[in-house]
Design a protein around this ligand. Structure first.
Ligand code: DP6
Length: 338
């Protein structure tokens, strides 16, 4: 046999306590702890095939060959798996997202979690979630959290330490949480998370304050989840997102991911709270707002958001499972074999 194939599915996650900024020791370690919820309903599916006849590693997303920076990241992960497993064959990676990247959901998180698991399984190495989390984190930090389902914490990196995996803290059904993505703009984002945080680390006078304050907010997010306290969770999650964005806005030059519609949604959320509804905001490196609410209030929150001029559409999501191996492979797209 000259071919080894495995397929994995993983979901995006939304950070309730944000990661923003890496340690400077070159190990792709986060400078702050973060805590997320893995989301059901949207998924990346990835098939990895190692084949002795392939001359190069290749990567197709939605049937289209991918080159440049994204391919370099994929090859970096495959190289790690080859080093651990002793496999020497090149691989083809075939990946599909069942949600649009324009939705502002981190497709890199589900993408690298699915890739890490599929590559480890195809190479026949230990593919438990802790290993997969560490492997994914070495390419994209937030992907470490999508290895697990439900509520997941990723500690800050230890100075000089190469290893770091996320830790599941509660299962998906632990809390009656609903996440509504308020899409405020179609199309790709301007500045990637990787670039945006690098610029913030280098130039923002508020970055040290962000690093100093983030662990306490993350601790409050964790406590609120463990106590099933939606109000404390929402308050802490919103604080984390606003503090992260404040550090970027203070960079030189200021990095503003928000549009007018982002701010419009933030104000509407405050009005909904004044009416007694559960509604809190979190925002990643883009203009969309992810609204945290409950099953009871979901319909009314969606209705209010949909009436805002700046909201193009809403996407509902709820806590889901971690990355897992599946039996049905994605057929290799034509011409992608090397
Ligand atoms: C704002 O994990 O995409 O979504 O580690 O450079 O790949 P890299 O960055 P990435 O950053 C995610 C940042 C965030 C917050 C979060 O998910 O914690």
């Amino acid at each position: 046999m000259t071919q080894w194939t495995a397929t994995a599915v993983a979901h995006p996650n939304i950070a309730l306590a944000k990661y923003w900024g890496k340690r400077d020791d070159g190990f792709n370690q986060p400078a702050v702890p973060s805590l997320s919820v893995t989301l059901a309903g949207m998924a990346t599916k990835t098939t990895v095939t190692f084949d002795a006849s392939f001359e190069h590693d290749t990567f197709s997303l939605a049937g289209q060959p991918v080159s440049g920076g994204p391919l370099v990241r994929v090859v970096g992960l495959l190289d790690r798996v080859r080093r651990t497993s002793g496999r020497t064959e090149r691989a083809h990676v075939e990946s599909v997202n069942d949600f649009p990247t324009a939705a502002g959901l981190a497709s890199s998180a589900s993408g690298f979690a699915a890739l890490a698991l599929a590559a480890a399984a195809a190479a026949g190495i230990d593919s438990d979630a802790t290993y997969v989390s560490d492997l994914a984190r070495r390419t994209s930090v937030s992907a470490a959290r999508s290895a697990f389902g439900g509520f997941v914490e990723l500690p800050a990196g230890n100075p000089g330490d190469d290893d770091l995996s996320a830790i599941p803290i509660a299962p998906p059904d632990h809390l009656d949480l609903r996440v509504i993505v308020a899409v405020t703009r179609e199309g790709p984002k301007d500045v990637s998370s990787t670039e945006g945080m690098k610029h913030t680390v280098r130039t923002s006078p508020y970055y040290p304050a962000w690093v100093a304050s983030a662990p306490e907010v993350c601790r409050r997010v964790r406590e609120a989840i463990l106590h099933r306290d939606m109000e404390s969770l929402g308050i802490a999650a919103e604080e984390s997102a606003l503090a992260m964005h404040a550090s970027s806005i203070a960079a030189r030059p200021g990095l503003i991911y928000w549009t007018g519609a982002t701010v419009e949604v933030l104000h509407e959320i405050r009005r909904l709270r004044a009416r007694g509804l559960v509604a809190y905001a979190t925002i990643d490196a883009g203009p969309h707002v992810k609204v945290l609410t409950t099953a009871t209030d979901e319909a009314r929150v969606v209705e209010a958001l949909s009436e805002l001029q700046g909201v193009k559409r809403t996407i509902p999501a709820l806590p889901g499972l971690g990355a897992r191996v599946v039996d049905v492979h994605i057929p290799m797209s034509r011409g992608s074999k090397s």
